[in-house]
Design a protein around this ligand. Structure first.
Ligand SMILES: [Zn+2]
Length: 175
């Protein structure tokens, strides 16, 4: 099971069959990067696949919001970014290759990705859970009443994952 369901699904928005049903969506940079003019990117941003620093003063980590899918043996995944404090960022750097780092206590972060299905998610508070070396951190939503927090507790059905795909595939189209 990796990232998508191969049998696809019949879309209720366009009436066509989509070839695959994604089980994960990810973005390659924090949302804050998009607001920086392209001619300033090189001097203001340092970015890797996992970390980003803007203006030497704002710090971001790439992580994963996992949502259980009881019908499958794999979770649904949002690959997103969170802003973290400078101390947390430095600490995660220190521990980057340290065995057992997953025993670190969770630390606070603030989503810096636009999950438009859930309204405004910029600065939504998360706990950042360090994972074993080689794995991205996991984010859990702090506010227990937020719909995304509820999904993290209760999981998603395949049907709900299809609804998500329909909204993402056809974002911006009037229906
Ligand atoms: Zn469609």
């Amino acid at each position: 099971m990796s990232g998508e369901l191969q049998e696809g699904f019949a879309c209720t928005v366009c009436g066509e069959r989509h070839d695959v049903l994604p089980l994960q969506y990810s973005v390659n940079a924090p949302q804050a990067v998009m607001t920086i003019p392209s001619d300033q990117i090189q001097e203001r941003i340092v970015i890797t696949a996992d970390q980003c620093v803007i203006d030497n003063s704002s710090f971001y980590l790439r992580g994963r919001i996992l949502i259980p899918v009881p019908e499958l043996d794999a979770p649904f995944v949002w690959g997103v970014w969170a802003e973290v404090g400078p101390k947390s960022f430095l600490r995660s750097n220190e521990l980057w290759n340290t065995d057992g780092r997953e025993q670190e206590p969770p630390f606070p972060g603030w989503l810096n990705s636009d999950l438009f299905l859930f309204g405004d998610t910029i600065n939504l508070e998360v706990d950042v859970h360090t994972q074993p070396v080689g794995e991205r951190p996991q984010f859990t939503i702090r506010d227990p009443d937020h719909p995304l927090a509820r999904q993290q507790r209760e999981g998603l059905t395949i049907e709900e994952i299809q609804d998500i795909a329909e909204m993402i595939f056809h974002r911006g189209q009037s229906s």
